[in-house]
Design a protein around this ligand. Structure first.
Ligand code: CA
Length: 691
């Protein structure tokens, strides 16, 4: 929720307060504009106008931000609503106190309307994934007449107050007394200026203090759905920071028209259409645990997102794989199938499910004509041979095969839930086993395979990229979310399987970066952590530790999960261990700290890890509560679990157990209990074990 406002900074300087649709300016870099306060002769250039600041002199919360711009002696405050923001600038005594409006390059328009103390504009800045008519419109209303106003045309100051150029802007000047406050009411829209003006109504006539309290209450409701009690303040900080990050994605891309109806600008067709639309999420990352978190704690939000997905299919012919704001050519897989299946199977049942069913079936047997990461690149080979070959020029082919097989299982399960015929489901059921085609007995790892059935050669399991995506074979071998037992069988039984899991930590952190031609940060983040080849800073391996539960040695999942929580997440700047990525690395922590994780989205199970907190209450939307208690959080090992007061030996909880309301007691111990949860019947779901 909430408008994304962040400052752009260079070392310890702030260059402006920028509306952005993701707090970190990574790939979602479209439609930005910036506001900066300044005193003296106006400077438009982003670097030259920058001001020193200190984190010590700032207040940063989800609902309110305040900072002191030291070079200008100006305090800037802002409170966001969903599509609008109220700024307050406290200036020093000055003949010329300025506000710089920067609509950035790649095509922008700004008009100053002095008679209304107002500025309107739009920015078209983007890096792809938008229709030709894409614009982010904004309106800014001030509470004080301008003493002087200037336009900016192609970065040059001009007396013309209306400018359309590559890089447009405006400078507004006020004469201020010491401590004088100037307010700016800001709203934006992807639809029109009129809609931006409507969106400004979100601010009402409220003062900044009133808005701040309202916004705080909203955030307390959202973050308070998971109520944690614990003595360890650092763990609480990390947990709620992670939960905060988790609920930022995907972003709302819809607005309310004058009649109060939900409408959206389609980042696919360029039209303004009724209904929900969401964006800014890469399903390659977020299918893993971010969407399962929504299904457990915020299902009503995911219901809207599912409608947005159905709209995406109607407007573009495909479900998104990486929306930003339209289809962006990025990463691999067809994990939209997981997003749809996990929601429906966990009871988030959209009335658009028939559209969504058509969409997942279509996407499994097609590729987007322009954006090859949408749909399934290589589907013809995959459907014919059972894998995407290594030697046909389709990049990251082994990773594609493994994800498509899991995605096929998701479609099969969704189809069963929808009562589809066996005949219709047969190809999905069969292809769900395609992961087996890449298993190499020699190395006990997944390996690229050529068109003629021979394995890729040479093969270096430590080579990142190539047949895999942002990882190597050691990381991707575990991408058999739906059938770990099948992988156990391939590896020669549980002992061998567990030995391979152990090896991930004991293989030295060696790497082959030749596919990229440089050490990408994901590789370096693995190398420096002294955990062998375990690369938690990127997503493919994030479920791996939980697989010890399938191998009959759950205490190793308990040990390593605690290690990862303690060593790779901290309550400091740089507290994340690598790519946060649209909430996924955060959602991993949220689940893991609760003591369980959705290894296989699309099933109703949460695989048990180790709880971090003494006491947790999850307030579900159906009014029930999941109460978690841990006897001693100094220890990572689980001696016993009680579910609703009864001994519980499974290595997983089910979604239904939670929905019914559950009391879970983790009885912890200093030493591993090597008998609890070790029977085959205690192991979580595997497809090949099903009758
Ligand atoms: Ca990543």
């Amino acid at each position: 929720m909430g408008d994304g406002w962040t400052y752009t900074y260079d070392a310890d300087k702030i260059r402006g307060f920028k509306q952005t649709h993701q707090p970190s300016p990574w790939i979602n870099d479209y439609g930005q504009f910036s506001i900066m306060a300044q005193t003296g002769d106006p400077i438009f250039d982003e670097d030259q106008r920058a001001s020193w600041f200190a984190h010590k002199a700032e207040t940063a919360t989800p609902y309110y931000y305040q900072v002191y711009l030291a070079d200008y002696d100006v305090v800037t405050e802002l409170v966001p609503t969903s599509r609008a923001t109220l700024f307050r600038f406290t200036f020093p005594e000055n003949k010329q106190s300025n506000i710089i409006i920067d609509a950035f390059d790649n095509g922008s328009y700004v008009k100053v309307i002095p008679s209304q103390n107002k500025v309107i504009g739009y920015t078209t800045k983007n890096s792809g994934g938008v229709p030709d008519n894409f614009k982010n419109y904004f309106v800014i209303e001030f509470d004080k007449p301008f003493k002087l106003a200037k336009g900016v045309n192609d970065k040059e100051l001009t007396s013309a107050l209306e400018n359309t150029s590559n890089h447009s802007g405006a400078i507004l000047s006020f004469e201020t007394k010491r401590g004088e406050q100037v307010y700016a009411r800001v709203a934006s829209s992807f639809i029109s200026f009129d809609q931006a003006q409507l969106n400004l109504k979100e601010l009402g006539n409220n003062s900044i203090e009133e808005l701040r309290e309202e916004s705080k209450a909203i955030w307390n409701d959202i973050l308070g759905r998971i109520e944690v009690e614990d003595d360890n303040i650092d763990n609480l900080r990390t947990f709620y920071s992670s939960l905060y990050r988790s609920v930022l994605f995907p972003r709302s891309f819809y607005e309310y028209d004058a009649a109060g109806q939900v409408v959206h600008y389609s980042p696919y067709s360029g039209e303004v259409l009724p209904g929900y639309m969401f964006t800014d999420t890469g399903f390659w990352d977020t299918f893993r645990s971010l969407f399962p978190l929504l299904n457990l704690v915020y299902p009503s939000e995911n219901l809207k997102i599912q409608e947005g997905l159905a709209n995406t299919f109607k407007e573009s012919g495909f479900l998104p794989e990486w929306a930003s704001p339209g289809h962006r050519d990025c990463m691999i897989g067809n994990n939209s199938a997981s997003i749809v299946a996990d929601a429906y199977i966990k009871g988030v049942k959209s009335d658009q499910i028939n559209v969504l069913w058509d969409a997942v079936v279509h996407g499994a047997n097609a590729v987007h004509p322009e954006i090859s990461s949408t749909g399934r690149k290589g589907f013809e080979y995959y459907n014919k041979l059972g894998y995407v070959p290594y030697d046909t020029g389709i990049n990251e082919n082994a990773a594609r095969t493994l994800e498509y097989a899991y995605n096929d299982w998701c479609i099969y399960e969704l189809g069963k839930a929808l009562g589809k015929s066996k005949k219709e489901l047969k190809p999905f059921k069969e292809r769900a086993m395609n992961y087996k085609n890449l298993y190499d007995k020699e190395t006990k790892l997944m390996r690229g395979k050529n068109k003629d059935g021979s394995f890729q050669s040479p093969f270096n399991p430590l080579k990142w990229g190539d047949a895999f995506t942002e990882g190597n074979s050691w990381h991707y071998t575990w991408s058999v979310f739906h059938d770990p037992q099948g992988l156990i069988d391939l590896m020669g039984g549980k002992k061998d399987f567990v030995a391979m899991l152990d090896s991930v930590f004991s293989v030295p952190p060696s790497f082959d970066e030749s596919y990229y031609g440089a050490v990408i940060h994901e590789i370096r983040e693995m190398q420096v952590m002294n955990m062998g080849n375990y690369a938690h800073g990127n997503q493919p391996i994030q479920h791996m530790i939980y697989l010890y539960n399938y191998g009959g040695e759950p205490w190793k999942a308990q040990y390593w999960n605690r290690e990862v929580m303690d060593r790779l997440y901290t309550a400091n700047p740089d507290g994340y261990c690598g790519d946060e990525d649209n909430g996924q690395t955060s959602a991993w922590y949220v689940f893991s700290a609760l003591g369980f994780y959705p290894v296989n989205p699309g099933s109703d199970q949460y695989v048990i890890g180790t709880p971090l907190f003494e006491k947790v209450k999850i307030h579900l939307e159906n009014g029930k509560e999941v109460e978690l208690k841990s006897s001693n959080t100094d220890y990572c090992y689980i001696d016993e679990i009680k579910l609703n007061g009864k001994e519980y030996n499974n290595n997983f909880f089910t979604h239904q157990e939670f929905l019914n309301g559950a009391k879970i007691d983790y009885i912890m111990s200093e030493k591993p209990n090597k008998t609890r949860g070790t029977l085959d019947e205690n192991a979580p779901y595997s497809f090949s074990k099903q009758k």
